[in-house]
Write a protein that binds this ligand. Structure first.
Ligand SMILES: NC(=O)C1=CN([C@@H]2O[C@H](COP(=O)(O)OP(=O)(O)OC[C@H]3O[C@@H](n4cnc5c(N)ncnc54)[C@H](O)[C@@H]3O)[C@@H](O)[C@H]2O)C=CC1
Ligand SMILES: O=C(O)C(=O)[C@H](O)COP(=O)(O)O
Length: 385
């Protein structure tokens, strides 16, 4: 059995090596020729999987080790009788941690010692938005959730917990977590268009870690060039990897689509597709991502009562996830030609440094308050008193 796989899928050999022969190819340029003799195709988000790629192949199973599925023509796969699996939720916690880190940076920039004074509007409350809302609520933030598909499916009483998009867009921090959906009752393509961007004010922060196309980026470039623009943090872009350098310059923090790139998140994506493929083939699935995760380089941090709760939380958060480092690397590519910038975008993703989730770090708290302990627990760190 031949498995053709994106070379950026971690632990390919460990998970899939005894299922078939593996041919690794670059996901971005994967062609019909690369897959024509494959039985199984494993991708990440950069490969468009459609009739053009697969019509002349013998592929019977496609797995994407990602949450997003907008790169997959699922309707065509079904019509062609090809089984499909994605990895819902695999890196949801990673994205939530990226957003928490950004919110901590925002509070610091505003000289706000109590970050929970910032209201947070979450647009799309599935695995990512739901996880983020859960953490923020435990921390004591005021969270406003907009998710019309969920609101419609809820009982009347629960539907009241959901706000409209316009209400969510009034929060101090607005963070987007919808899938990219082009059609249907709740499309998200250019959900934030010129008129919605015009309504955002200079004291608001807009974060996009969903898909670049959820914001009309041409309209965003114009809005950011006007007086009193909102602050923006962008992890995802229209036309990746050839993203608009002007938008990178205008963004407060600009990262190369890495919010979901914790090691745990990427490995869980591989594990979920290993499980789905094993089930499809009727094979036992005994391997678990935990057995392949190395010890983290940083495993323990200690704080005493001398450190303020917020300072300690900032240090801990940023020792795991600091989007400013990714921003600096992306900005470095701005002086390059357009082709080189596109290559640099993909290179930054391919060579992404190991990033571990908060749960990999044990926090030792000596003589600190109960409130500090609650904060670290809510963030997902392990606590040692
Ligand atoms: N930047 C990154 O590295 C990553 C980005 N993502 C992106 O984040 C997206 C969301 O991920 P999950 O939360 O796991 O997906 P999910 O499918 O669990 O949740 C998405 C939520 O959005 C809601 N939604 C759909 N249309 C909406 C609309 N018009 N307005 C408001 N809400 C709407 C859905 O009802 C659902 O609750 C993915 O589809 C992917 O595109 C996911 C992982 C990593
Ligand atoms: O899971 C998703 O959805 C994502 O956006 C991934 O984190 C994207 O990673 P790549 O598939 O582009 O490596």
């Amino acid at each position: 059995m031949l498995i053709v796989a994106d070379e950026n899928i971690p632990l390919l050999d460990s998970f899939f090596g005894d299922i078939g022969d593996i041919r690794q190819v670059p996901g971005r340029t994967m062609s019909a020729t690369d897959v024509q003799d494959a039985d199984i195709l494993l991708v990440r988000s950069v490969t468009r999987v459609n009739q053009e790629l697969l019509a002349n192949s013998r592929v019977r199973f496609v797995g994407t080790c990602t949450i997003g599925t907008d790169h997959i023509d699922q309707q065509w796969l079904e019509s062609a009788g090809i089984s499909f699996a994605a990895a819902p939720g695999c890196n949801a916690n990673s994205v939530a941690e990226y957003v928490l880190s950004v919110i901590s940076l925002r509070a610091e920039k505003l000289c706000e010692d109590d970050w929970t004074r910032l209201s947070v509007g979450i647009v799309g409350a599935g695995n990512v938005g739901g996880e983020l809302a859960h953490k923020l609520e435990r921390l004591g933030f005021d969270v406003v959730i907009c998710d019309p598909p969920r609101a419609e499916q809820s009982e009347e009483e629960d539907a009241k917990n959901f706000a409209s998009l316009d209400e969510a867009l009034k929060c101090d921090v607005v963070t987007l977590h919808t899938p990219l959906v082009q059609e249907g009752d709740h499309p998200t393509y250019h959900l934030l268009d010129a008129s919605r961007l015009a309504a955002l004010t200079a004291d608001q922060l807009l974060i996009n870690t969903s898909r670049g196309e959820v914001i009309d980026s041409a309209a965003l470039v114009e809005r950011l060039a006007e007086a009193n623009p909102p602050t923006v943090v962008l992890d995802v872009w229209e036309h990746e990897p050839r993203i608009n350098p002007e938008l990178v310059e205008q963004a407060w923090i600009a990262t190369p689509h890495v919010a979901g790139y914790s090691l745990e998140g990427k490995v869980q994506g591989s594990e979920m597709i290993y499980q789905a493929l094993s089930q499809y083939l009727g094979l036992p699935a005994r391997k678990k991502s935990g057995q392949f995760l190395p010890e983290p380089a940083l495993s323990k941090l200690s704080f005493t009562s001398a450190a303020s709760e917020m300072d300690a939380a900032r240090v801990a958060i940023r020792s795991c996830c600091d989007p400013r480092r990714d921003d600096a690397r992306l900005r470095h590519s701005l002086g390059m030609s357009s082709d080189e910038r596109g290559q640099a975008f993909d290179r930054l993703r391919r060579q992404y440094p190991v990033r571990r989730e908060f749960s990999s770090l044990k926090i030792q708290l000596k003589g600190t308050s109960k409130s500090a302990q609650d904060t670290f627990r809510a963030l997902g760190f392990k606590i040692k008193l």
